[in-house]
Design a protein around this ligand. Structure first.
Ligand SMILES: C[S@@+](CC[C@H](N)C(=O)[O-])C[C@H]1O[C@@H](n2cnc3c(N)ncnc32)[C@H](O)[C@@H]1O
Length: 301
């Protein structure tokens, strides 16, 4: 018979040390409601490391040799729930209003680049959704407006001279690996309608693989939103369902950093349960048919 595993008690000061360390590392704040989750994950990691006090675990995490363990702990704490076409009203706003406006504005300036960043991309469904929508928005735009250049045959996903870059980042290497692979089971495909499946996926066994041409538009990388060194010059940032795990002070810092990561008049999309109310007055809210986005306001001087 297996012996019941002995739980090592965590003292109040040990808990505070580890809670603060996690907060400083990645911005995730575990208040009383989520303390149980943090304690559970700490117990698991302590056991895996073969240590017998939480203070010893803290010492390991703060040592040079503990860097890999700190990453492993953070990976165990992230919530990676996501799906294709999540929050459809907001995506309608993204495709039909925001992208349309950006394409028109950029074409007028003969600026043929579009740079999007998906911050906190989890297993990739969100950036691939963005890529599908950008391709369709471009195709639809040039169905109604003359393309100022000759269209090559066969028609590429992105008509030249446009250049589309979608950067997708996360703090969790495991989800980034899955995102990079871009292969999804049927259970993940409920929200992907027929037409999208036909155009942008290949069926591989019983799974759906993102087509190479779409995949090539998305570049995955590690970025910790807690740090100051974040990707700049974006036309659009999606940072959805990430800052709900941060406290208000960290949310404010993040929203300020994202402001600086946007091009003039760029757009920020946040999660359905998130709001910039009380966090920043540097964005103008754009709201249509239950979809919300925030546009960077240009501050004079
Ligand atoms: C709930 S998922 C949201 C996924 C996707 N944005 C969506 O809305 O469907 C939150 C993601 O944010 C990531 N995350 C949490 N803290 C982060 C940080 N400090 N820097 C970067 N990514 C972070 C997690 O690893 C996780 O994949």
């Amino acid at each position: 018979m297996a012996t019941p595993s002995v739980q090592i008690q965590i003292s109040e000061p040990e808990y505070k040390l580890l809670q603060t360390l996690v907060y400083q590392e990645c911005g995730m704040y575990f208040d009383e409601r989520r303390a149980h989750f943090l304690q559970d994950r700490l117990q698991r990691r302590l056991k895996i490391c073969g240590l017998d006090t939480f203070y010893a675990y803290y010492r390991l995490l703060t040592s040079y040799q503990g860097k890999a363990e700190l990453s492993a702990l953070v990976e165990n704490l992230t919530v990676n729930e996501t799906s294709f076409f999540r929050n459809k009203p907001q995506l309608e706003l993204f495709q039909k209003i925001v992208l349309e406006e950006l394409l028109r504005r950029k074409q007028e300036r003969r600026d043929w680049s579009l740079r999007l960043w998906c911050a906190g991309c989890s297993t990739g469904q969100e950036p691939y959704t963005m890529a599908m929508q950008v391709c369709d928005a471009l195709a639809y735009y040039y169905l109604r407006n003359p393309l100022p250049f000759e269209m090559p045959v066969p028609k590429p996903l992105i008509p030249p001279p446009w250049k589309v870059e979608i950067l997708a980042s996360d703090i969790n290497y495991s989800v980034l690996r899955a995102a990079q692979e871009g292969v999804y089971p049927e259970t993940q495909m409920d929200s992907v309608d027929y037409a999208y499946r036909l155009r942008y996926f290949d069926k591989v066994g019983d799974r759906y693989a993102i087509k190479r041409s779409l995949k090539d538009l998305v570049h995955f990388d590690f970025h910790n939103l807690k740090t100051e060194f974040l990707p700049q010059r974006n036309d659009i940032i999606f940072c959805r369902n990430v800052m709900i795990y941060f406290d208000e002070a960290e949310q404010k810092r993040l929203v300020e950093k994202l402001y600086r990561c946007l091009n003039a008049e760029g757009y920020l999309f946040i999660g359905h349960a998130e709001s910039l109310f009380g966090l920043s007055d540097k964005y103008r809210m754009v709201h249509q048919n239950n979809g919300t986005a925030y546009q960077r306001i240009e501050v004079a001087g």
